[in-house]
Design a protein around this ligand. Structure first.
Ligand code: GLC
Length: 452
């Protein structure tokens, strides 16, 4: 039985129009119409796949402090090892990533089939990877003395990638930031959080105006008690005021629901949800989101983290995300020398080989409206339905509920010249697969449908 809702979304595939999105009320931008929002979000919905880069001073200790292995994610070492500011700060004098090559990073992202890059301009440790006008705790004060954000922004643009920055609201270094960590002996007296917010806004003004236009401002660290809904709304408006078409994640405000990351109902600011290290069980029509994910267990480099996800896992994860209407922001944590760890490079190259053949089933695609099949996933775009066959069925037949008419051709993306046999059985489309998978990880079958 083909359910009515199924007919409806399939009708969009057949008719070649995008499904309508539901306008989400966001108090911080009451003026924007649904059509204006759709226009602003359109590159993000098309892109589906981006590179996250966590890089900063924490790449130097790489998970070890004073000869001790510190448990936890690499970029949290200052917190986890309870390192006082006056002991952490001197790491800046050692930061000299001479192997850094912005163009090579951007090329690597593009070859992987990624469409955008988001890098930590300032993480929780407060150190800026850009030439911060209002601070000396930045990359220009290191022996390296090169503006990493500027070089990467230029390289991304040269490679046709969109460029955005991560920015941590929480700051363990700035004297006006509150609350103080329990082991931080600097007096909290005289600290002024409003002054910290001004400092942060100066950074953001500089990032948007001198390094922009930016694709995304990706906030984090909003869970602290000093960060309020009012401050979140104000910051969202401030950033949109600097660059009206920028996208801002939901960590700018207080609406994020834990690691699940979607925005809880209510008037919270933020253009997309940010599930962390997870893929939601289902997507939600009209809701934009991006799962951020590490390839091993840490975001910032740790020399002892060898727990790498396999390439098949990552490819299927990307497909799973797109089949549910989200984006995947896949992380790398470069070393203190400026190198992306070899296991990450290898995985991105392998994803790129799969994408070279199959990218049309990812970019510009979203949910098909069909129920999730046992053998894999489905994605769709106007005029195309893609079957992602992860597990080759023993009888070599895949069946999808599909209304009458509309199908003009069925091919595997890995062998486009050879049409694949298909038949109809009642309301189902039955595709007769070749003897063996054309790709051991995921063979994609494209079903061409008539556009009306
Ligand atoms: C967490 C961590 C942070 C990391 C981020 C990525 O919030 O605190 O270190 O940057 O996740 O989503």
């Amino acid at each position: 039985m083909v359910r009515p809702w199924l007919c409806l979304s399939l009708a969009f595939v057949l008719a070649g129009v995008a499904a309508p999105s539901i306008a989400v009320p966001r108090a911080a931008d009451a003026q924007e119409t649904a059509a204006e929002r759709d226009r602003r979000m359109s590159w993000f919905r098309e892109a589906r796949f981006g590179l996250f880069i966590h890089w900063g001073l924490y790449a130097l200790p790489a998970g070890e402090w004073n000869g001790r292995t510190i448990p936890g994610i690499g970029e949290w070492i200052m917190y986890n090892a309870r390192i006082p500011v006056d002991q952490y700060e001197p790491l800046a004098r050692q930061f000299n990533p001479v192997r850094f090559n912005a163009r090579a990073w951007a090329r690597m992202a593009r070859a992987a089939g990624m469409r955008y890059v988001v890098i930590t301009s300032k993480h929780h440790d407060g150190f800026s990877l850009f030439d911060a006008r209002n601070s000396t705790y930045d990359v220009m004060a290191t022996p390296f003395g090169r503006d990493v954000i500027r070089e990467l922004a230029a390289a991304c643009r040269a490679e046709g990638l969109r460029f955005g920055v991560y920015y941590s609201i929480m700051d363990w270094h700035h004297p006006d930031y509150l609350p103080r960590r329990p082991w931080d002996t600097r007096p909290a007296e005289g600290a002024n959080f409003d002054r910290y917010v001004e400092y942060m806004k100066d950074h953001l003004r500089q990032l948007v105006q001198d390094y922009g236009p930016l694709a995304v401002l990706w906030f984090d660290g909003e869970w602290e008690p000093t960060w309020t809904h009012e401050r979140g709304q104000d910051l969202y408006r401030f950033v949109r005021g600097l660059q009206p078409n920028i996208l801002v994640n939901n960590r700018v405000d207080k609406g994020r629901q834990g690691m699940q990351g979607m925005t809880r109902p209510g008037a919270y600011a933020g253009d997309f949800g940010t599930p962390e290290q997870e893929v939601p069980a289902t997507g939600l029509p009209g809701v934009d989101w991006e799962s951020c994910m590490t390839m091993n267990d840490t975001w910032g480099f740790r020399k002892d983290d060898h727990n790498w996800k396999s390439t098949p896992t990552l490819i299927r994860m990307l497909v799973d995300v797109v089949s549910k209407g989200g984006n995947l922001l896949l992380n790398v944590g470069p070393t203190a020398e400026g190198l992306i760890p070899e296991p990450s490079v290898e995985r991105l190259a392998a994803i790129g080989r799969w994408m070279a053949t199959n990218r049309e089933s990812i970019h510009g695609c979203g949910p098909s409206g069909l129920p999730q099949p046992a053998w894999g996933r489905t994605t769709a775009r106007p005029g195309r339905l893609y079957l992602h066959v992860f597990d080759w069925p023993a009888d070599r037949r895949v069946t999808v509920p599909y209304p009458e008419g509309g199908v003009t051709r069925v091919v595997a993306l890995a062998a486009r010249r050879t049409p694949i046999r298909w038949t109809r059985e009642g309301g189902n489309l039955v595709v007769e697969l070749p003897a063996a998978p054309l790709d051991p990880v995921n063979t994609v079958i494209a079903i061409h449908t008539r556009r009306r």
